[in-house]
Design a protein around this ligand. Structure first.
Ligand code: UN1
Length: 513
């Protein structure tokens, strides 16, 4: 991995050191089985990571629970100061971390840097937030009484994240949770464990420099069984999980069985509606980036284009010629647009989807296929494909985490397009391309898009951290990142204070002794 400076990046992130010691953020706790991390870029083994055993997990939880008792009492703006330092450390390490993300996950280096930028942005947001954890005050119905609400730290927050945003999604959760006074236990995807270790090293160094206890940031490694330790753990009041709908249903039920809270950010089936009033050039840029960026492995990736029949052929032709320009190859080489899929299992799902759409009566108009030969030895590089399809095809209803774009045709009013767009079980991101105010407002109205994200003249992916991120229906209903998403990381308390010498009851109830 000498090429593109990967070795230097690993050294800068302290990956080498951690391998012979702890991966938990707690000294010398790591005794389970091994997880091997292979790069989809060139197929080579980057490193092996020890997965967390049940005994280790217990030790982590003890440390975390202890650390919480300290951390919750530190004034929130002081916690913000720690997050500010963490954000600055990320600024210093943006390039090596962006490179590791690209190498371990396979997204382009530019997108790897973008992901680290999202981490920096959420830190800045959290620093400001640390002085704004506001509750409301209310007027009491009783004389001489005051009522208000306050937000207190919740406890140990469990974070389960996916391979596709191996560092940013953790930071959206953890930066907010930290300023809220919580401590975090993070299980990154077993497909990107080194990104987890790199982040944990960065966080641990900042906590250590500030002489703060271990356990404010904890890392555990492993597959779903390790995740289960958290979902079933009564000591974890909130589990935030990002991943497939299948995983989310399991997590939600396990957490609900003990009446804990879960924050779910699950699959999407995101569409762009292209109306007769769309700017075609903008549509093509938005759709192509949305469909092939991150090799179609964002939960916000564009899966469906719903195009009005009057401009269908124009849009289709423009897309076909845009796809011809795409360069597929090593994502660390800035000349390439599309990198590999995460692993060969993902490649198999991609191939299956293309077979399935044809079986169901669809027509492939930009051929897919798995690339072979020099530079493609990992077996993870595929050609982005486009198929003409129908919304009710089973495969179209399903989220395939790969660069496969389905073209759907609508006629008549934009309402018909909205019905197609909403006609899936997922509800994450959506967009309309139009210069027609009526169409745009219909799309944004209560009878419009049913998604958590609805954009006008922007594609479906690439949301900024300032807004709340997440979606409806089987996307899970959770909101992370900006706006008031912080509230789920805290517990709300309503306080009524009587400063008189009487004890009047609410609702005018008389109870005289
Ligand atoms: C994800 O794919 O899980 O909006 C997150 C976007 C990114 C985040 C995607 N900011 O595409």
């Amino acid at each position: 991995a000498k090429q593109f400076g990967i070795d230097d990046a690993l050294t800068a992130l302290g990956i080498k050191e951690i391998n012979n010691g702890s991966s938990t953020g707690v000294e010398n706790f790591a005794s389970g089985s091994e997880i091997a991390s292979y790069s989809p870029v060139d197929g080579s083994l980057i490193a092996k990571v020890t997965s967390t055993s049940k005994e280790d997990y217990e030790k982590v939880m003890e440390k975390a629970t202890e650390a919480f008792k300290f951390w919750r009492k530190m004034p929130a703006p002081q916690r913000g100061e720690i997050v500010r330092q963490f954000g600055n450390r990320l600024r210093e390490l943006k390039e090596p971390l962006g490179k590791l993300v690209s190498y371990e996950m396979g997204k382009s280096y530019q997108e790897g840097l973008g992901e680290v930028q999202e981490m920096i942005d959420i830190c800045d947001f959290a620093v400001g937030l640390s002085r704004q954890l506001h509750g409301l005050t209310m007027h009491s119905e009783r004389p001489g009484h005051r009522m208000y609400e306050q937000y207190h730290a919740l406890g140990v927050v469990g974070i389960i994240s996916a391979f596709n945003f191996p560092v940013a999604v953790w930071s959206w959760n953890t930066a907010l949770a930290w300023v809220c006074g919580d401590v975090c236990v993070w299980k990154p995807s077993e497909k990107t464990p080194l990104c987890g270790i790199a982040c944990q090293n960065i966080a641990a160094s900042v906590f250590k420099e500030n002489k703060l206890p271990e356990g404010i940031s904890c890392l555990i490694n492993g597959d779903y069984k390790v995740g289960e330790l958290m979902t079933q753990d009564q000591r974890i009041p909130l589990v935030s999980a990002t991943g497939s709908i299948r995983m989310g249903k399991i997590v939600a039920q396990a957490v609900a069985a003990r009446l804990g809270k879960s924050l779910l950010e699950l699959g999407g089936n995101n569409a762009i509606i292209v109306t007769p009033d769309a700017d075609i050039k903008m549509t093509v840029i938005g759709a192509v980036f949305g469909a092939v960026g991150t090799a179609g492995q964002r939960c916000t990736s564009t899966r469906r284009l719903i195009i009005h029949e009057s401009i269908y052929d124009t849009v289709k032709d423009a897309l076909v010629s845009a796809y011809k320009q795409l360069r597929i190859g090593n994502p660390l080489d800035e000349n390439n647009h599309v990198g590999p899929l995460i692993d060969t299992d993902a490649v198999a799902l991609y191939s299956k989807a293309l077979d399935k759409v044809v079986q169901e009566g669809g027509k492939v108009i930009v051929e897919g296929g798995v690339l072979e030969g020099k530079g493609y030895e990992s077996g993870c590089y595929v050609r982005p494909a486009i198929a003409e399809a129908k919304n009710d095809f089973e495969i179209v209803q399903h989220e395939t985490f790969a660069p496969v774009l389905y073209l759907l045709k609508y006629n008549g009013d934009v309402e018909n397009a909205i019905a197609l767009q909403n006609g899936v079980v997922q509800g994450l991101s959506s967009a309309i391309m139009t210069n027609n105010l009526r169409e745009a407002e219909k799309f944004l109205s209560v009878a419009g898009s049913d998604c958590g994200i609805a954009n006008v003249n922007i594609g479906t992916s690439g949301a900024e951290i300032g807004g709340a991120f997440g979606g409806e229906k089987e996307t899970g209903g959770g909101r992370e990142s900006g706006s008031d998403a912080w509230k789920i990381y805290m517990r709300r308390q309503t306080n009524t204070i009587n400063y008189t010498t009487e004890l009047p009851l609410a609702q005018g109830i008389k109870f005289d002794l």
